[in-house]
Design a binder for this molecule. Structure first.
Ligand code: FO1
Length: 320
């Protein structure tokens, strides 16, 4: 049997590495992606799952190259018509993207679980890798700012990540169960390694780890766990990762990322520009691999995916 690989991912940054993995692993059907659903929300009566959709569109080759989320060659008739009616337009839903939300909402209302609905949508896009939501139960990321608690998309899109973050909560996580198949994939004897994609650890990976049983299953899988740093030279390529780390009192550097993951991962992939920090990461007990981590082209994604898989293959799980 070909080796199985498992990745934990949020949206845009993580999806790029997932595409690289799907494109380079010998059998992409043996790649499972566990996706963050903490960003999900109900909006305009629709079930919106941004990270699931970003992964799906990226793997299908239909993601917008300009934003990384939403679809390429999108039109905005729905949004324009909604604006004319005085509707809520702060969260942009393109016309083709809208169809995904409508169809998902219909399936959920008909009683399908999120994982079944996701499987059906991904199959329609011709995706062979397996995309699993972390849970079929609702988990909602809440950002605690100075004087308010903001639902994730209100903080992220409506308020453009401007309010300083005091704390982050994952509402519903304590009652959530891992989606069916998540624990089975982690216990697969053919599992070769677990990759934590270069997503925001605070809002994309931590919600996944907050689902009871999931982190323990990763820790006891007995396979190397590799993270790729989303921080390059003290900044994130996209999004508020560095700002949020600083606001929560952590260091916005590969060392801060290593501290965040040190109890879970065996190795960290860092960018060449952070090479001088390798020994500080190693001092925390992690193996380090230095590689180009900026993924602009498909070739960049493939090269990084090969580096991650190669690095994992040199490691044995050291935390058993
Ligand atoms: N991000 C934005 O910054 N503005 C938007 O209007 C927006 C709409 C949107 C619609 C569908 C979708 O799947 C994603 C969308 N995103 C938008 C991205 C979304 O906020 C993601 O949760 C973040 O990128 C974090 O992963």
């Amino acid at each position: 049997m070909t080796a199985r690989w498992l990745a934990l991912s949020g949206g845009v940054g993580g999806a790029k590495l997932v595409l690289g993995l799907a494109d380079t692993l010998p059998d992409p059907r043996r790649l499972t992606v566990i996706a963050n659903t903490g960003d999900d929300f109900e909006h305009l009566g629709l079930a919106i799952c941004p990270d699931l959709d970003t992964l799906m569109y990226t793997l299908a080759g239909v993601a917008s190259p300009a934003t990384g989320w939403g679809r390429a060659d999108e039109t905005g008739t729905f949004m324009q018509a909604l604006a004319r009616l005085g509707g809520e337009t702060w969260f942009h839903l393109g016309d083709a993207d809208l169809a995904t939300h409508v169809e998902r909402t219909r399936r959920l209302a008909a009683g399908e679980s999120l994982s079944v609905a996701t499987r059906a949508l991904a199959a329609r896009f011709g995706i062979v890798a397996e995309i699993l939501p972390m849970s079929d139960d609702p988990v909602r990321t809440v950002i605690v700012t100075g004087d308010r608690e903001l639902a994730f998309q209100h903080y992220f899109v409506r308020e453009r990540c401007e309010p300083p973050v005091r704390a982050i909560r994952f509402e519903g996580a304590a009652q959530a169960k891992p989606a069916p198949d998540v624990l089975a994939r982690l216990a697969d004897p053919d599992l070769a390694g677990i990759v934590i994609a270069p997503s925001n650890p605070l809002i994309s990976i931590d919600p996944i780890l907050a689902v009871p049983g999931l982190e323990a299953a990763i820790a006891t899988a007995g396979r190397p766990v590799i993270a790729v740093s989303p921080i390059i030279g003290g900044e994130a390529l996209k999004g508020p990762t560095a700002k949020m780390l600083r606001e929560l009192g952590a260091e916005a550097s590969v060392v801060g990322i290593a501290r965040h993951y040190r109890d879970l991962v065996d190795g960290l992939v860092i960018d060449q520009v952070d090479g001088a920090l390798a020994s500080a990461v190693e001092a925390l007990g992690l193996a380090v691999h230095i590689a180009p981590t900026v993924m602009r082209t498909l070739d960049d994604k493939r090269t990084l995916a090969r580096a991650v898989v190669g690095f994992a293959s040199t490691l044995t799980r050291r935390r058993d």
